[in-house]
Design a protein around this ligand. Sequence first.
Ligand code: NAD
Ligand code: MLT
Length: 540
Amino acid sequence: MPRVLVLDPLAQEGLDILQRAPGFEVEVRPGLSGEALRAALAEADGAIVRSGVKITADALRGNRRLRAIVRAGVGTDNIDKQAATRQGIVVMNTPAGNTVSTAEHTIALMLALSRNIAPAYQSLLEGRWERGRYMGTQLADKTLGIIGLGRIGQAVASRARGLEMRVLGYDPFVSRERAQELGVQLVESVEELLPRVDFLTVHTPLTPETRNLIGRRELELLRPGVRLINCARGGIFDEEALVEGLRSGKLGGVALDVFATEPCTSSPLFGMPNVLCTPHLGASTEEAQTQVAAEAAMLLVDFLTTGAVRHAVNMVAIDPQKLEGLRGFLDVGYRLGLLLAQLDRRPARSCRIQYRGEVAGKDTRLITAAIAAGLLAHSLEEEINIVNAELLLRERGIELVEQSRSDMGAFSSLIQAELTTEGATYRAAGTLFGHNMARLVQLDDYRLDAYLDGVLMIFTHRDVPGIIGRVGTLFGEYQVNIAQMAVGRTARGGEAIGVLNLDTRPPEAALQAVLAHPEIHSATVIELPAPGEQPPWLGG
Ligand code: NAD
Ligand code: MLT
């Protein structure tokens, strides 16, 4: 029975979905931290959070049960995603549910700043009628600079265009065409944007690159009187630099919904003239909260009942239909990884993967993750799956390179993986016959056709008469049944390779007897899952 923890206040619509899910046990426990949080997470299959609870590496330490954390909202900076990934826990968010609300809040703050709404009301409350004091500025015909043109940045841009503002934008991952559709003039750097704007708003995540994106040096580049707005994440503006900029008169106003440290109830900015702050209210509308709560609950229920992953922030998305379409190739990839890892036990350095034919048009990142899972499956203590395998491989300094070619070779689809270890390079290629028959069709330069399952013995030899017969006789003597045999050679009489599919693992003495043959140069036993047997992350 899936056990779900709700760790922050969540709209009733979300709780209803969880409670209606058949067999789900739901516990609402906001405000947990430290050991109590760790203990609660250790007994849950899934958790829903907003931004209050902090899911640190320590909170996940030793957790063997939790499979998913869903953030009802966008920012996942309160979750240690590295730690979650390492433990194979999927982290998902609900990226679109609060876009409009946050964009509207940004516009609200921009309007309120430009018309001194907050101090003017405050003066009324204090019994003053000061019409001359609160002269404002119009937004129409002013230039708004937007840094970060993702969902919220774009929604702000289209609203600002509706207010007849000129909009300049900077975002390295937005195309000129998309910017044009939005009526945004794209610039090439923050430095190019700053001297040209009357208002500046940021809508990026908080990353090492965006922390203190706007500091003292950047304020120097602004024209005097510019108003700044941050409804994204605290820390993108350097708050000390803002205080200085306001004091010197360089800044015309600052509106913040988010702070470097939250909750924030005291700041040198509070009470300064031309400052307007709200306590992280961007997404605080009934509509946004209902939407993110319902979406988060559905994501978690779907994941825990069908394995569907959508909006994952620490792995590629995988919905059940896509999973079905990929299952066979994921299996081939995983088996190729397992095979390569057993060919050479020396430390791996890199793995180059090539997809050719129809498979190149599929979501190959998932197949690459499956190959990585195969490479590591028998090497690490922790459980490996397609969520954590790539990260673990890269953490070990093993380079993973992926290439795709849509043209078809000898097979309609081919997955080739080349593993370089400290001693050698091995290449194995596989394909899928029908929907689920994994085949090994190439090993190094040899073409062949072998089952990619069960126990394999791979032996290199000189292509001379009698070798296959001799190996067959030897295995017969040791009661090892050969289920299938494939041979490949580069040239007649040259080096050749044999791949035997065996019913059982041959005893060491049988291997030694094979190796004693003067024309046999190497013999390696590989163990792969039985036909149809799949790893747990593929539903096996
Ligand atoms: P998004 O992922 O759709 O967009 C972020 C954009 O920032 C992307 O297009 C990305 O290319 C761009 N970007 C990243 N680094 C950049 C850089 N160095 N320079 C320029 N652009 C850069 O995210 P979103 O849904 O639009 O959310 C934006 C921010 O708003 C996030 O920080 C999110 O956590 C925050 N947020 C706040 C509230 C709130 O309550 N105040 C609500 C929702 C979201
Ligand atoms: C978000 O990232 O979704 C917002 O900051 C709103 C919230 O914290 O709930």
